[in-house]
Design a protein around this ligand. Sequence first.
Ligand SMILES: CC(C)(COP(=O)(O)OP(=O)(O)OC[C@H]1O[C@@H](n2cnc3c(N)ncnc32)[C@H](O)[C@@H]1OP(=O)(O)O)[C@@H](O)C(=O)NCCC(=O)NCCS
Length: 177
Amino acid sequence: MIETQRLIIRTFLPEDADDLYEYLSEPQVVFYEPYEVFTREECEKEALRRSTDSAFWAVCLKKDKKLIGNIYFSKQEFDTWELGYVFNIAYQGNGYAGESAIAVIDNAVKQLNARRIVAMCNPQNEKSWKLLERLRMRREGYLKQNIYFKTDINNNPIWLDTYEYGILACEWTAEKE
Ligand SMILES: CC(C)(COP(=O)(O)OP(=O)(O)OC[C@H]1O[C@@H](n2cnc3c(N)ncnc32)[C@H](O)[C@@H]1OP(=O)(O)O)[C@@H](O)C(=O)NCCC(=O)NCCS
């Protein structure tokens, strides 16, 4: 568990299904994700699945323990960790995603020997890349039509561009001092 000024960042619990459903059932929230909206039943399975998946961090408000979103933070090769995040729309615009991302990255740099942190997002997802830039991550790549999540009515891929962001642990630490 990680504690920040306003947040508790913890492992998911099976009981998180309702709060998870509140945001994963929202089309606007999952618009840039590689999946569709979740049903209540799917959220029950997902909360259970995430409860044993260390890549998913549940972000909760300290004041009332409400689960308001999640950080994804997953180890790749070469001591590189990938950051992702999805937050309930009702709680966006308060700095909670940033506050929790900073805490998870700090923890990884100090405790997990993370060497490099990366993140990817659709260039059209301005809220996402603005958050990455607030985290002082560097735009390192602009990949053209490198991925697709959906197909059109003729079953052709709908190709998407990707921004790649990165920061080294030494830069993270140096810039904070
Ligand atoms: C991407 C996402 C997490 C960004 O959330 P966010 O709330 O905008 O990000 P932050 O936590 O950094 O909050 C920053 C905003 O809070 C405001 N804010 C208010 N109080 C604040 C505080 N105390 N501290 C910092 N920022 C604060 C900032 O001004 C900023 O608002 P602005 O964008 O209007 O300028 C969110 O839009 C989301 O979950 N989207 C859907 C899922 C998604 O697309 N994920 C990414 C896939 S790549």
